[in-house]
Design a protein around this ligand. Structure first.
Ligand code: NAG
Ligand code: NAG
Ligand code: NAG
Ligand code: NAG
Ligand code: NAG
Length: 289
C-alpha cells in the first residue's frame, strides 16, 4: 500500500517537473518530455508516442462510451436541429500507461496534450464547443491497469430530420451519433459501456414543448470511402405536448379573433363605443346610413 502510494507520488512529481521544463523550452523538448513524463518506469524507456494509438499495428482499441445529457436547450423546427449539453466519457486501455499498485490518479486536463486520445466526433453536428470556463472542461484519469478515462463537457447543435406532416400532434426521432474521424474499424472500435444504461439524464429533462418518450442505444457501422467505421447511436423520441401548444398558440389566437368580433355586436347607432375600440370602418359606415 505504502509502496504504491509512493510510486504514484513520484509519477506525479515527475509530471509536474516535466511540465515546467516543457513550459520554458517549448518545442525542443516536446518529443523527449512526452516519453519521460508518463508513469510506468520500465515502459517509459520503450517510449510513449502520443501519435500512435495503443496496440499500434495490432488489435483495434476498444473505446467504451457513456453519456450524460445535462440539458437539451432548444429544439428548432425551422432549422431542424436541437442543441444539447452533454458529458462525454470515453474509456480505453493503453498498455503503455500501466503502472504498479491499485491507485488511480486524476491528471491536470492540460496534460491531455501528452496522451493519445481518440478522435471522436459528433456526426451531423452543425456547431459544437467545449466549455472553457474556468479551464477546459476535460478530465483525464489513469488507472493502474492502464485504463484511461477521458471526460468532456460539450455543447452541440445537431441536425435532426423532422417529419412535420402531423404537426402539432407529431413525434420526432432525433439521434446523437458518435464516430471516429480518422481511425476505421481496424484501429478503433466503439462500444457503449453499459448498453442502454450508458445514457443518463434524459429521464430527468424538462422540456417545454416536448416529452422524451423513449430512448435507446445502438452500435452500427458506417461505410465510407475511407473505410468502415463503428458508429454509436443514441436515438430518442420526442412527443410534442399538445396542451402546451393549445395554451401557447391556439388560445391566444382564438381570443384575438373573438376580440375582433366585438365591434359587430355593438349596435350601429352607438358611434362613441365603436370609435372607442378603434372600429373606424364601422363608425364611418354608420355615418353613411
Ligand atoms: C489493491 O486493492 C485491494 C482491494 O481493494 C487490496 O486488498 C490490495 O491490498 C491492494 N493492493 C495494493 C498493492 O495496494
Ligand atoms: C509494461 O507494460 C507491460 C505490457 O506491455 C506490462 O505487463 C508491464 O507490467 C508494464 N510495466 C510496468 C512497470 O508497469
Ligand atoms: C481497470 O481498473 C479500473 C478501476 O479499478 C476498473 O474499473 C476496470 O474494470 C479495470 N479494467 C480492466 C480491464 O481490468
Ligand atoms: C435497448 O433498448 C431497445 C429498445 O427498448 C431494445 O430493442 C434493445 O434490445 C436494448 N438493448 C440492450 C442492449 O438492452
Ligand atoms: C466495408 O464493408 C463492406 C461490407 O461489409 C466491404 O465490402 C468493404 O470492402 C469494406 N470496406 C473497407 C474499406 O474495409
Amino acid at each position: 500500500m505504502n509502496y504504491s502510494l509512493h510510486l504514484a507520488f513520484v509519477c506525479l512529481s515527475l509530471f509536474t517537473e516535466r511540465m515546467c521544463i516543457q513550459g520554458s523550452q517549448f518545442n525542443v523538448e516536446v518529443g523527449r518530455s512526452d516519453k519521460l513524463s508518463l508513469p510506468g518506469f520500465e515502459n517509459l524507456t520503450a517510449g510513449y508516442n502520443k501519435f500512435l494509438r495503443p496496440n499500434f499495428g495490432g488489435e483495434p482499441v476498444q473505446i467504451a462510451l457513456t453519456l450524460d445529457i445535462a440539458s437539451i436547450s432548444s429544439i428548432s423546427e425551422s432549422n431542424m436541429d436541437y442543441t444539447a449539453t452533454i458529458y462525454l466519457r470515453q474509456r480505453w486501455m493503453d498498455q503503455r500507461l500501466v503502472f504498479e499498485g491499485n491507485k488511480s490518479f486524476t491528471l491536470d486536463a492540460r496534460l491531455v496534450e501528452f496522451l493519445w486520445v481518440p478522435d471522436t466526433y459528433i456526426v451531423e453536428s452543425k456547431k459544437s464547443f467545449l466549455h472553457e470556463v474556468t479551464v477546459g472542461n476535460r478530465l483525464i484519469r489513469l488507472f493502474s491497469n492502464g485504463t484511461v478515462l477521458y471526460a468532456l463537457r460539450i455543447t452541440t447543435t445537431v441536425a435532426c430530420n423532422m417529419d412535420l406532416s402531423k404537426y402539432p400532434m407529431d413525434t420526432q426521432t432525433c439521434k446523437l451519433q458518435l464516430e471516429s474521424w480518422g481511425y476505421d474499424g481496424n484501429d478503433v472500435e466503439f462500444t457503449w459501456l453499459r448498453g442502454n444504461d450508458s445514457v443518463r439524464g434524459l429521464e430527468h429533462l424538462r422540456l417545454a414543448q416536448y416529452t422524451i418518450e423513449r430512448y435507446f442505444t445502438l452500435v452500427t457501422r458506417s461505410q465510407q470511402e475511407t473505410g468502415n467505421y463503428t458508429r454509436l447511436v443514441l436515438q430518442f423520441e420526442l412527443r410534442r405536448n399538445v396542451l402546451y401548444f393549445i395554451l401557447e398558440t391556439y388560445v391566444p389566437s382564438t381570443f384575438l379573433v373573438v376580440l375582433s368580433w366585438v365591434s359587430f355586436w355593438i349596435s350601429l347607432d352607438s358611434v362613441p363605443a365603436r370609435t372607442c375600440i378603434g372600429d373606424n370602418k364601422g363608425s364611418r359606415r354608420s355615418q353613411y346610413y
